[in-house]
Unconditional design. Structure first.
Length: 128
């Protein structure tokens, strides 16, 4: 057993994103975003995002709106933006710098999935 003083939550296993239509959402994440599809079980769809599991889930009962924002790390936000636009994705705004320091710029571009959840392309550009 881990001593409570040694506990450090620093590794993410899985994220859950609420969706209204599991088939539509699975198709979007698999076919438009190119996420690695693992499997679908009823109203749940699972993807591998570089070792972190994404679970798309139709909420049971009332509510369920308001999911997490997923920030997808890409090597070149401008290039990824162009590919996603060609696939029919509509962005909230063009890619832009959200932070700059002496070493790098952090670029982001926000868009929504097929269920209205906010997602982002995110990447760093080295200034060195």
């Amino acid at each position: 057993m881990t001593n409570s003083n040694d506990l450090s939550l620093s590794s993410l296993l899985q994220l859950s994103m609420p969706v209204e239509d599991i088939d539509r959402a699975v198709a979007f994440y698999r076919d438009v975003l190119g996420a690695r599809f693992l499997f679908q079980a009823g109203t749940l769809g699972f993807f591998d995002l570089d070792g972190v599991r994404l679970m798309l889930a139709v909420p049971e009962g009332e509510g369920g709106a308001g999911g997490s924002v997923l920030y997808f790390r890409v090597p070149d936000v401008l290039a990824a933006h162009g590919v996603m636009r060609a696939r029919g994705v509509t962005f909230e705004a063009d890619p832009h710098v959200v932070h700059r320091d002496d070493r790098h710029e952090l670029w982001m571009a926000f868009f929504k999935d097929s269920e209205g959840n906010l997602l982002a392309l995110s990447g760093e550009k080295s200034l060195a």
